[in-house]
Design a protein around this ligand. Structure first.
Ligand code: FES
Length: 107
């Protein structure tokens, strides 16, 4: 059984030498934006972060589910499927999980 993913990392590394592989050169910035927006809109219960190189540069764009698997060769067309799987695995946040209103944090 695969452990429940607690976090999703997306490599957005871009190299100065265009001859060297990097996820940003393969479209990972747009993928990161789409996944982040999907997590927020669907209220999927998972942490999200951009990352600079996950050591899979030749196989990117690279996505890492923590603590489990890599998703390699990610494309923008895969985003809806990834979000579907995250929603099934992680569930969605309830209204009671919402952040407290900002005015309550100012004391
Ligand atoms: S540049 Fe993305 S994994 Fe290394």
């Amino acid at each position: 059984m695969t452990p429940r993913p607690k976090k999703i990392l997306i490599c957005v590394n871009r190299r100065f030498k265009t001859s060297e592989a990097s996820c940003a050169a393969c479209g990972s910035l747009a993928i990161a934006e789409a996944i982040e927006a999907g997590i927020r809109d669907r209220r999927i219960d998972i942490a999200f972060d951009r990352f600079v190189c996950l050591g899979q540069c030749q196989k990117g764009p690279t996505v890492k589910l923590v603590p489990s698997d890599f998703i390699l060769g990610t494309s923008i067309n895969m985003v809806d499927g990834i979000l579907d799987e995250l929603e099934v695995a992680g569930g969605t946040k309830k209204d009671s999980d919402a952040e407290p209103p900002a005015h309550l944090l100012r004391s």
